[in-house]
Structure formats: structure tokens, C-alpha cells
Ligand binder design. Structure first.
Ligand code: HEM
Ligand code: SF4
Length: 554
């Protein structure tokens, strides 16, 4: 875990004191709401449908158990006993009183957390995959570079007023689990034949109303140039990005307008001025930061395959959970475990109660090295569990409602808060997620269907990543009523694709049947063990459309 030094602590202390004063002036009416707005947004405080909403960053998705307990405490003391984990490795609290916000910020700062740059037109929380540092298919650990980028981008005055918000993701594994291609800047970290870390840089990805995947603008960039290269991209964007129209302000529009090659050439020109400047990352600086992510004290002697095998053979439910929620680790005898936040109608996707957060912190201490990760699918992960402890962990997590064996399956739905909380929504997402989860509650059937992502956004802003879902659902407004549009063929990862709309939209009540028909079409056309995405790629949209719209046409 990265531990703050005196610079980090001083920065946060000054920031929270400043914010306390701003809130006091707002409450005393010395500041109008209009004057206060940019100040609170700089601190991750939104005004939503019912109350203030606070978004707290979880840099590259990593939390300590102590930090998780503080998030639980915030949920309990100042919210309604829960928090919502988002698709960008943040946690949101939905029911915050403005009066309490400074105390919350102080509490976060004590635990080395903050809400800085979780909103506004700045570089947002740097994200990476949930298994960073432990994934079996990892090329190298992306966390030190992610942390260096976090420090470089935090309160960087040159980039405090970008044309629009700016999202950066890094992945360093064979499978991209960070949706890198859907980010303003996406970075793949890989090794040269000699072992030297290199960067492939993509720019111009993003979802929202004009979804686009990023284009590769630079191959084989030596890692020392990460910050100067990103700086060059941001300078080009800051200079040429559109500020006249909010909907055309993201970097994806600039990359599209110029063409990826011309954009890349512009970045190279800017970078020529920055290359080898003092912001170049030195080996010493890399080592200093990387020391925070040192390998924990793994005990290879803990390997005891017989214990796990016996449990797998003896308990079908455990075996099922093991198949879906347990992931290969770099170290012999260890595994990473996903604690599902998708129990079905018991809770909205991503919502975790304070009591559950405390349980997760305890589990991280008991079964790991006190570390927790957050995935963009809105689940929680224990990265380092001894395989012989998996059965005990499964039982403990199950008692807290966190062991639903559905990771990567149809009911592992990504959903934004939608109309229940968000003032931008066209339609609700949560009841729809619940209706679909209730319809597909047969776990055996779900396991037979295999990998299948279903993502829901309550409006075109695409917070629920609906474009990247194999099945995507988008809330649309028709004369003040809630309707839902369906896309198929979206995919995340190395083979990322944006889903295509299948036709006219549906009312909420129709949606479980629509999903049913989509699944039936998949089952009818599936060859062998094909995944939904593979079948969809092979047969195209036509068979799905024919089935879903059959009655109208017939
Ligand atoms: C309730 C408060 C929220 C507000 C006001 C809000 C607002 C927005 C807006 C305006 C956009 C569109 C940006 C653009 O295309 O320029 C957006 C995109 C996005 N938001 Fe949210 N959002 C909220 C909650 C969330 C939540 C809960 C999540 C995760 C579940 C989330 C994750 C994202 C992601 C991943 C994108 C999209 C894609 C992109 O970068 O192009 N947001 N949000
Ligand atoms: S997609 Fe729309 S409704 Fe959902 S959280 Fe984002 S802005 Fe709100």
C-alpha cells in the first residue's frame, strides 16, 4: 500500500482546512450557491436528487482494511449506513449533509484518503485493474506508475481547467480488465524482449453520448517518459480541445477531428520540448514509490492442495463459487477472491453496507495482508488468500451476503444509480437490474450460459458502461416516461467493442422478457462452449432482432 509522506499529509491538511472555511462561508451565506459550486466540485461534492453526494477516490482501486473501516464509519455516522462503489474505482455516499462535509474530509485525510479531483474538468482518479500486482497473467505491476501519475496529476495547476474531465487507465496484464480503450488516455504496460518496461499509449476513448474506443498514438515508449508524454497529450488537448460546446469537449472529439495520426504528430511535437525535462521519471523515484508496493510476506509453505481439493469435491456450492469468484495468483498456494456486491434484489449493484465493509476489512486482515481492491464491475476483491483458507473465507463471506457465485455472469450487472439518485437520469437503473436478477435467479442456468456482461446506464452519460456490455441497456426519455434501449455486441478488454442498438426501445416491464429472448437466441445458436460475445460476433444482430421483435413483425 502507498503510505503518505509529509508532503501528502500537509497538502491534504491545507486542503481540508480551506474547504471547511468555504463551507462555513456558504452556510453563513457569504458565498452564493453559484460561487460555492466550483469549490465544492473541486472536492467531489455534488448536489443530487435528494441530498449532497460525496465521491471519494480509491486510487488504482487499492484500499487498506483500515481505510475500509473508515469508509464504513462514514457510511454509518454521516450517511445511511452504506456506500456505492462505482465503475471508476470511487465510492459515493448519497446522503451527505453539507454541514458534515468538512468533518468527513478530515476523517478521510486521517486515513490517507481524499475526494480531490473526483469531479470537475481535471484528471480524475487513475484506474487500473483489480488484480494489479497479483494477477497470474500480469506482465508487471502497474501500481507504482499509477501512483506516480496520481502524484503528478493531483492539483497540477497547469491542468486545473481542462476543456472537460479526463480519465486515465493503465493495464499491465494479458487480459485488459481496466477497460483501457474506453478512456481518454489508455496505457498498456508491456516488456521489451530485453525486459525493459514499455508503454503503448492510446488516446481518444470515452463513452457518453459519442462512444469511441481510443487509438494507439505511441508504441514502445520507455516507462521513464510516462509523465512527460501524458503532459504533452494534455497540453495538446488543453490548447485545441473545444470549450464552446460541452458535448464536443472531450479529447475523443479532438482526436476524431484531427485524425489519430495528426493528433499523434502534434503530441510528438509537444513532447520534443518536454522529453528529458525534470519531470522524467528517474530510476530512484520509481524505486522509492515501488518500495510501497513491495511483495507481502507470502508463505509458500502454505501450499496444501489436498485441503482445497477435498472441499471442492465435497461441496458443489463451494465448487461453483470457486469456479467463478476465485482467480489465479502469481504465487503458489494463493488466489485472489472477488466478493460479489450483486446478491440480486437484496441490494443494488455496487451498494455495500457499513456492516459489510467492516466484515470485508476483517476478512482482509484474517485471510490476507489487510488489502482490498475495487473492480470497475463494482465488486470487492481480496487479492491474497491462501488456497487452503478459501473454504473458510467462502463461509464467512456468505454469512455477510458477499459470496454470490456470479462473477462474470448475467447477474453480475453493472448499473449506475440512475433515476433513484441521479438528477441527470432519464430512467431508473436499480429496479431494472433487480427485475433481471430476479428473472435469472437459477445459478445452474447462469453458469451454463457462461461469461456474459449486462450493463445498465440511466442516461446517455454512460456511467454504467452500457456500451461495453455484451447486453447494454440505456434509459431513455419519451415524453416524460421511462424507456429502455438495448445494445448488443459490446465488449470490454483487449477485444473491446461498442455495442449496437437493436431497434425500438422498451418499457421497464418488458425488459426481463426481452433479455429472456436474447438469451434464448444465444442458446439456440451457440456452438459448444462459445461465450455470448463469440456467438454474437459470429451470427450478428439479425437473429436477436428477429426474436425480440417477432410479434410486431409477425
Ligand atoms: C450520481 C452522480 C453522477 C453524475 C452527476 C455523473 C455525471 C456524469 C456525466 C455528466 C458523464 C458524461 C461525461 C461526458 O461524456 O463528458 C458521466 C460519465 C461517466 N460516469 Fe458518471 N455520474 C454520476 C455517477 C456515476 C457513477 C455512480 C458511476 C459508476 C457507477 C459513474 C461513472 C461514470 C463513467 C464510467 C462515465 C463514462 C464514460 C466516459 O468517461 O466517457 N458516474 N457521468
Ligand atoms: S448514466 Fe446518467 S443516470 Fe446514470 S449515474 Fe450517470 S449521469 Fe446519472
Amino acid at each position: 500500500m502507498y503510505r503518505y509522506d509529509q508532503y501528502d499529509l500537509t497538502l491534504l491538511e491545507q486542503r481540508t482546512a480551506q474547504f471547511r472555511d468555504q463551507v462555513a462561508r456558504r452556510l453563513g451565506d457569504a458565498l452564493s450557491e453559484e460561487e460555492f459550486l466550483p469549490l465544492r466540485l473541486q472536492n467531489g461534492l455534488y448536489r443530487q436528487r435528494h441530498a449532497y453526494m460525496l465521491r471519494v477516490a480509491i486510487p488504482y482501486g487499492t484500499l487498506s482494511s483500515a481505510q475500509m473501516r473508515v469508509l464504513a464509519e462514514i457510511g454509518l455516522r454521516w450517511d445511511r449506513g452504506y456506500g456505492h462503489f462505482t465503475t471508476r474505482q470511487n465510492i459515493q455516499f448519497n446522503w451527505i449533509n453539507l454541514e458534515d462535509a468538512p468533518d468527513i474530509m478530515d476523517r478521510l485525510a486521517e486515513a490517507e484518503m481524499h475526494a480531490i479531483q473526483t469531479s470537475g474538468n481535471v484528471v480524475r482518479n487513475i484506474t487500473t485493474e483489480q488484480f494489479a500486482g497479483v494477477a497470474a497473467d500480469e506482465v508487471m505491476d502497474p501500481r507504482p506508475l499509477a501512483e506516480i501519475l496520481r502524484q503528478w496529476s493531483t492539483l497540477n495547476p497547469e491542468f486545473a481547467f481542462l476543456p472537460r474531465k479526463f480519465k486515465i487507465a493503465i493495464s499491465a496484464s494479458a487480459s485488459d480488465r481496466a477497460a483501457v480503450q474506453a478512456h481518454d488516455v489508455g496505457i498498456y504496460l508491456y516488456r521489451a524482449p530485453g525486459g525493459e518496461p514499455l508503454l503503448r499509449i492510446l488516446a481518444g476513448g470515452g463513452l457518453g453520448r459519442t462512444p469511441m474506443l481510443g487509438s494507439v498514438i505511441r508504441e514502445a515508449l520507455p516507462w521513464q517518459h510516462l509523465t512527460t508524454y501524458v503532459e504533452a497529450i494534455l497540453r495538446v488537448y488543453n490548447r485545441y480541445g473545444r470549450r464552446d460546446n460541452k458535448y464536443k469537449a472531450r479529447i475523443k472529439i479532438l482526436v476524431q477531428a484531427l485524425g489519430a495520426d495528426a493528433f499523434a504528430a502534434e503530441v510528438e511535437r509537444e513532447w520534443a520540448l518536454l522529453c528529458d525535462s525534470p519531470s522524467t521519471i528517474t530510476a530512484d523515484e520509481y524505486r522509492r514509490v515501488a518500495a510501497h508496493f513491495a511483495t507481502p510476506d507470502y508463505a509458500d509453505a502454505a501450499t496444501d492442495p489436498a485441503v482445497l481439493s477435498a472441499h471442492l469435491a465435497g461441496d458443489a456450492a463451494f465448487a461453483r463459487w470457486h469456479r467463478r469468484n476465485v482467480h489465479p495468483h502469481q504465487r503458489l498456494g494463493y488466489a485472489s477472491v472477488t466478493l460479489s456486491t450483486k446478491p440480486g434484489i437484496a441490494a443494488p449493484p455496487g451498494d455495500v453496507t457499513s456492516a459489510q465493509m467492516d466484515v470485508v476489512a476483517d476478512l482482509a486482515d484474517t485471510f490476507g495482508f489487510g488489502e482490498i481492491r475495487v473492480s470497475h464491475e463494482q465488486n470487492l476483491i481480496l487479492p491474497d488468500v491462501r488456497q487452503r483458507d478459501l473454504f473458510a473465507l467462502w463461509q464467512a463471506a456468505g454469512a455477510a451476503g458477499l459470496a454470490t457465485a456470479n462473477v462474470g455472469l448475467l447477474t453480475d450487472i453493472i448499473a449506475c444509480p440512475g433515476g433513484d439518485y441521479c438528477s441527470l437520469a432519464n430512467a431508473r437503473s436499480i429496479p431494472l437490474a433487480h427485475a433481471i436478477q430476479a428473472r435469472f435467479d437459477d445459478l445452474d442456468f447462469l453458469h451454463d450460459l457462461g461469461e456474459l456482461s449486462l450493463n445498465i446506464s440511466g442516461c446517455v452519460n454512460a456511467c454504467g458502461h452500457h456500451h461495453l456490455g455484451n447486453i447494454g441497456i440505456l434509459g431513455v426519455d419519451k415524453n416524460g416516461e421511462e424507456w429502455y434501449q438495448v445494445t448488443l455486441g459490446g465488449e470490454q478488454g483487449q477485444e473491446a467493442a461498442i455495442g449496437k442498438v437493436i431497434g425500438r426501445s422498451f418499457r421497464a416491464g418488458e425488459m426481463p422478457d426481452v433479455v429472456d429472448k436474447i438469451i434464448a437466441t444465444f442458446c439456440a445458436h451457440r456452438l459448444g462452449d462459445e461465450s455470448f460475445a463469440q456467438t454474437c460476433r459470429r451470427i450478428g444482430l439479425a437473429p436477436f432482432k428477429a426474436r425480440v421483435y417477432a410479434q410486431e413483425e409477425g
